[in-house]
Design a protein around this ligand. Structure first.
Ligand code: FES
Length: 155
């Protein structure tokens, strides 16, 4: 069930749109902000509130790779996998992160629950490739040593 607070925030977004469904991405973001991810139950509740079917809303949610449909770690690492970063060593950076997080594919979460690693298209800092973001922080000109130092700053 959506909380009163969540409903109030979603309704505030609805004021900007003529159709309720137009606010669906914002509504998903609001729920994710509060709960960390968007469960099937949340999809049903949000859809009902926006007069949509759960399937319609789920399609929207799965289209946006930054809406999480399963639990994620405390911090989200977004590693750029577009062309400049790829040329500048994406594979090595990704493998180093796999190693440090103890995972073996993108989309996984470290066993301590601290980090989830996800791919993202160009972060807009190609002249400082390779690049990644952790939560809202951008990191550029990455190499394995720099990554180790960065990861240590996250609890
Ligand atoms: S290609 Fe990675 S930041 Fe543009």
């Amino acid at each position: 069930m959506l909380t009163d607070h969540e409903i109030k925030e979603i309704d505030r977004e609805l004021e900007h749109y003529e159709q309720k469904r137009a606010a669906c991405v914002e509504a998903l973001k609001i729920i994710q902000q509060h709960r960390g991810w968007v469960s099937d139950e949340s999809i049903r509740d949000i859809a009902k509130h926006l007069d949509m079917s759960p399937d319609e809303l789920d399609n929207v949610a799965t289209f946006y790779n930054l809406i999480f449909r399963k639990p994620v770690g405390k911090h989200i690492i977004l590693i750029c996998d577009s062309i400049s970063c790829w040329i500048m060593g994406y594979d090595d950076i990704r493998d180093h992160l796999f190693n440090r997080l103890g995972i073996n594919s993108l989309g996984q979460t470290s066993s301590d629950g601290r980090f989830t690693l996800l791919p993202i298209p160009c972060l807009g800092t190609c002249d400082h490739a390779p690049a990644m973001m952790i939560d809202a922080e951008l990191y550029r000109d990455l190499d394995p040593e720099k990554i180790d130092a960065i990861l240590k700053t996250y609890k």
